[in-house]
Structure formats: C-alpha cells, structure tokens
Design a protein around this ligand. Structure first.
Ligand code: UDP
Length: 339
C-alpha cells in the first residue's frame, strides 16, 4: 500500500516507517524535522520536509504519491511543556492536524490512523482504563489530542474519512536500528539510561507522595515495535474506532528505575523532587478491545526486555542520531533519501 506517515522522522514514526518498509509498503514520510531527525528515516522511504500547516503542499504530495492512508504521528507530546506553553500544543496538534485533514479531503485520501494518548483520559475514576472511560484531560497536551479526536469524528461523518484512533500509553524501547532521540529529553526511561551511562547525574523522581504502593506514579510502558504492529493492522484492514494500546500492566517510577539497574548493571542515583504539574498518578490500559477487534497482541510484556532494547540502542548510539550523521561518508550525504 501507499502510506503517508507524518512525523516519520520522530521516535515512534521512525520505527513504524521501518516496520512498514519491512512489510513491503511504499512509505512517504512528511516531517518538518523540528523534533525528528533526517537520519531516523528509513532509506527505503521517501522523506519530504514539510510542515503540517502547508495544506496545499501536503495535498499535492498525497496526490502525487497516491496515498491510500495517512498515519499521523507528527505532534508535540510533552505534558510538562504543554502546561507552560499551551499555544504550541493547540497550534501544532490542533491547527496542524486540521490542515492535514483538509489536505486529505482535497486529495481524496480515505483513511487516517491517529496517534492519540492516554492523556486524554486525565485522572480516571478506576483502572484499567477502557475506551469508554470518560475523557477529562488534565493538561493541554491531552486536551489538544482529544480536540483532534473530536474533529476526526466530524470529518468522518461529513467527508467520509475513516478514522482509527490509537490512545497510546507510554511508548518505550527501540528497534535495533531506530530509537528515541529527543533534542531535550524529558521522558523517564531514556533519562534513567542516560544516568546509567554517566551522561547525566542523578535521575529525578517527580513525586513520591502519590497514592500508589511505593508513592511514585504508575504508567503502562508499551514497546514501539508493538505500537508499530498495531498501526500496520489498522492500515491493512478496514477496521475503524478507538483503541487503547498498552500492555495492560503498570509500573511505578521506582520499579522502572530498579529494572534499569538490573538491565544495565550500572549504578543509578536518584533524587526525590516535587510532583511534575499535569501528571496523573496512575495510567494503565485495558487492551481487551485491541486484542479482540484488531487481533493484536503486545509481544513485549516484560518491562526489563523493553528497557533492554532501549539500552542496546543508546549504547550503540550514545549521541543518538548525531552519531549516525557523523558516520555517513561523503558518498552517503545525510540529505540523500531514496524514493
Ligand atoms: N518522571 C520522573 N523523572 C523523570 C521523567 C519522568 O519521575 O526524569 C515520571 C513522570 O513524572 C511520570 C512518569 O515518570 O510520572 C512518566 O513520565 P514520562 O515523561 O516518561 O511520560 P508521560 O507519562 O509524561 O507521558
């Protein structure tokens, strides 16, 4: 199939692009490279550096490519940042998304698979979170994603675009080739691994006074390769609807740190800090719907195995994609991409 992937130079998008190419699909990546890296785009895919707000250019690219589906990863996705700069989140995630939808209408692309988030649920009344749990986001990031979910409903009804909405829990891990490299890293697992590598001092624990067994916040960490397989099922079938993607199992910040200690065998020093604004105490998915409707099953259910794949990638690429760019020879300029 011909699939357009927005944000295909970012963390999850790069692993998904590789996965699609492995399965013989023809992938056009559009990314403005504000967060993504050119070296993160599988050379079998075509990369176009374009911003989501460039509606006409996006529509032209879709038509020229003959895109049969859009998989929409491109977004800002940091809870903490959204609490300081909501305009960035509404601008990129809502206005940028609207532009993408309008380009799809113009080009006649019939299907979208959207990266939504468990942050749309806010602080759930009970766990695990199902797809019918009330969505009451507690930060602008979650609200921006929920807003786009609402837009998808109406673009579906009015323009016939078929949406699949994936509400991710916490993406983690790496493929052997593509991994997590944010220019400013705020996520738990990479920061712990950086501490293990000696690239940063202690790991800050944001709050140990939550109402959880060890007082630290609980999240459901899903491997990026499992996210990738769910998205491929979504594009290859005619299924629509909303699905949680997690493992169904939660781990506290302290448990994740302990797992990183055992995977890396390194000393990891911690410092307890105040809670981070906008953080819910516990987010754990029910994945029954994804299992039964998509026929999907996460392969990585042991947090240590997931962390191990991330550790392997960070050990192989201690400067992330900066290493890969440095390794390119003059015959392989970083600007070259095969179509
Ligand atoms: N966290 C932490 N120290 C860090 C980064 C994150 O204690 O250096 C906590 C954070 O407060 C949250 C959990 O780890 O409870 C997961 O945070 P992350 O930023 O990885 O993902 P989020 O759940 O915000 O999408």
């Amino acid at each position: 199939m011909k699939i357009l992937v927005t944000g295909g130079a970012g963390y999850i998008g790069s692993v998904f692009t590789e996965h699609l190419c492995d399965h013989g699909h023809n992938v056009l990546v559009v990314d403005n490279l504000s967060e993504g890296h050119q070296a993160a785009v599988d050379p079998r895919a075509q990369l176009e550096v374009v911003d989501l707000n460039e509606t006409a250019r996006l529509g032209d690219l879709m038509k020229a490519h003959g895109s049969e589906a859009v998989v929409h990863f491109a977004a800002n996705a940091l809870v903490g940042e959204s609490m300081k700069n909501p305009a960035k989140y509404y601008g990129n995630n809502v206005t940028g998304g609207l532009s993408l939808l309008n380009a799809m209408v113009t080009a006649g692309v019939p299907k979208i698979v959207f990266s939504s988030t468990c942050a749309t649920y806010g602080i759930p009344d009970s766990l695990p979170i199902t797809e019918s749990t009330i969505q009451r986001p507690v930060n602008p990031y979650g609200h921006s994603k929920l807003t786009f979910e609402g837009m998808l409903r109406w673009y579906g009804e009015i323009h016939g675009i078929e949406p699949v909405i994936f509400r991710y829990f916490n993406a983690a891990g790496a493929s052997p080739r593509f991994g997590e490299h944010h220019r400013v890293e705020t996520h738990l697992i990479p920061n712990i691994l950086f501490a293990a590598q000696g690239r940063q001092g202690e790991i800050k624990i944001f709050g140990d006074d939550y109402d959880t067994p060890d007082g630290t916040a609980i999240r459901d960490y899903i491997h990026v390769l499992d996210l990738a397989s769910a998205h491929r099922i979504a594009v290859e079938t005619s299924i629509t609807g909303q699905f949680n993607l997690g493992t169904g199992c939660g781990h506290s910040v302290k448990e994740v740190i302990e797992a990183c200690r055992s995977v890396t065998g390194r000393e990891i020093i911690t410092e307890t800090c105040p809670r981070r604004a906008g953080d819910p105490p516990r987010l754990v998915a029910s994945i029954d719907k994804a299992r039964s409707v998509l026929g999907w099953e996460p392969r990585f259910t042991d947090i240590a195995e997931t962390i191990k794949t991330a550790w392997n990638w960070h050990e192989a690429n201690p400067k992330g994609y900066a290493d890969i760019i440095e390794q390119l020879t003059p015959d392989q300029p970083s600007s070259s991409k095969a179509a």
